[in-house]
Write a protein that binds this ligand. Structure first.
Ligand SMILES: *Cc1c(COP(=O)(O)O)cnc(C)c1O
Length: 396
């Protein structure tokens, strides 16, 4: 038995090297990585520009604390603000930390505007916001809450995509609405343009903050810097992490000026936004904001969708449907196959993907993939699907 806490049941795979879209084990086996550290390694592995940024910063200064000016923070905040709806940015280390800060912003915003009684956040069923006490309360999923009661007060859930239910759930105590524009862990559900616009209207009507969790769907993954941009909606608060650091732990809270309510002493973090993180985050943004990069993500995303749709048509006893946006895609299995089993079969065939809720297989490749990688992934899916079909025929 290992000294490691058994919080995960990992695949029997340990990688020693990554290069672009591929990972390698010590014995030289090569895997096409369509998991990308769960939407983290957006520039693939060992990207030269990111490696250079990390190395050159590592030789200068790693960490100093937010007790001192960190010029890289000011620069990266300004670049993120210039590229998005945001006026202000707070840097954290993770998605959950960005969301915790967002909840504090929601409460303080209402307090500052004369409504201390408003503290509740309404979110959605099958959401995922992290594993801290408040973020498991916000996600509302029994499998994450069980054993950790009492549940942190102040979080409600309604059906994802249902504006009427959302309106009906608003009370005198509601402070904010929190939605993932594309649900990731929950099973790759894409919010409609009308839904996101409707949420904005509801928040305006009731004086609530509109908060998006773009930890997974943000930073270019859907073919725009942020997924909410497809709906032309201006949020008040957006939580970011995963892709923003390209593999270096980094998160951020982005807000409008009006929602920027945290003042000296209200909030803090030891590591958040340290010089190393800022160097790598800046390098990721250099690549993301290159001319045509988002168009590349959108067009290669369409090729991936077409490939997955082809699988659904060809193997109706294996796949139910494909769904997602850009390079955040899922394919749902029929209830004859468990997604974790199929995931293991894909691993044997040399393809890495992530499972998701609702018996979905999640594809989150690095944003730098090209058509050949899509073709290779689809081919591996076909090989595994054919094997399942043969097994089904034998059974019947
Ligand atoms: C991963 C994720 C989080 C939590 O991020 P951590 O960095 O693991 O704390 C929150 N929200 C969404 C949508 C995520 O995908």
């Amino acid at each position: 038995m290992s000294a490691l806490m058994p919080t995960y049941a990992p695949a029997d795979l340990a990688f020693v090297k990554g290069e672009g879209v591929y990972l390698y084990t010590a014995d030289g086996r090569r895997f096409l990585d369509f998991c990308a550290g769960i939407a983290v390694s957006c520039m693939g592995h060992a990207h030269p520009h990111l490696v250079e940024a990390l190395k050159s910063q590592a030789e200068k200064l790693w960490h100093v604390s937010n007790l001192y000016v960190i010029p890289g923070q000011i620069e990266l905040a300004e670049r993120l603000a210039a590229a998005s709806f945001a006026d202000r940015v707070f840097f954290s280390n993770s998605g959950a930390e960005a969301l915790e800060g967002s909840f504090k912003i929601a409460r303080k915003y209402q307090q500052d505007n004369g409504h201390p009684e408003r503290f509740r956040v309404i979110g959605c069923e099958s959401a995922f916001h992290g594993r801290t006490l408040a973020t498991i309360a916000a996600g509302g999923q029994e499998k994450h809450l069980e054993g950790f009661g009492p549940v942190v007060d102040g979080f409600d859930q309604v059906a994802f995509g249902n504006l009427n239910e959302m309106r009906a759930a608003i009370t005198d105590e509601t402070a904010a609405i929190l939605v993932e524009p594309v649900q990731g862990e929950g099973g790759l559900r894409v919010a409609s343009v009308e839904y996101l616009q409707g949420l904005r209207a509801v928040c305006d009507e009731f004086g609530l903050l509109l908060m998006f969790d773009e930890v997974q769907c943000g930073m270019g993954r859907t073919g725009k810097l942020f997924a909410h941009e497809w709906a032309d909606v201006i949020p008040d608060v957006v939580a970011v992490a995963k892709g923003i650091g390209g593999g270096f732990p980094l998160g951020a809270i982005l807000t409008t000026e009006a929602a920027s309510v945290l003042r000296v002493g209200n909030h803090g973090t030891t590591y958040g936004g340290n010089p190393l993180a800022m160097a790598v985050g800046g390098a990721v943004l250099d690549e993301l904001l290159k001319d045509g990069f988002f168009d590349h993500v959108a067009s290669i995303g369409e090729k991936l969708t077409a490939g997955l749709d082809g699988l659904v048509r060809k193997f109706p006893s294996v796949f139910v449907e494909s769904r997602g946006k850009g390079l955040m895609q899922g394919i749902k299995l029929t209830d004859r196959i468990v997604n974790r089993d199929f995931k293991a079969d894909l691993e044997d065939a040399g393809l890495l993907i992530a499972p998701a809720g609702d018996n979905v297989l999640r594809l989150l490749p690095p944003l730098i993939i090209d058509e050949s990688h899509v073709a290779e992934a689809i081919q591996k899916f076909k090989t595994v699907a054919e094997r399942h079909v043969s097994a089904q025929i034998k059974e019947s």
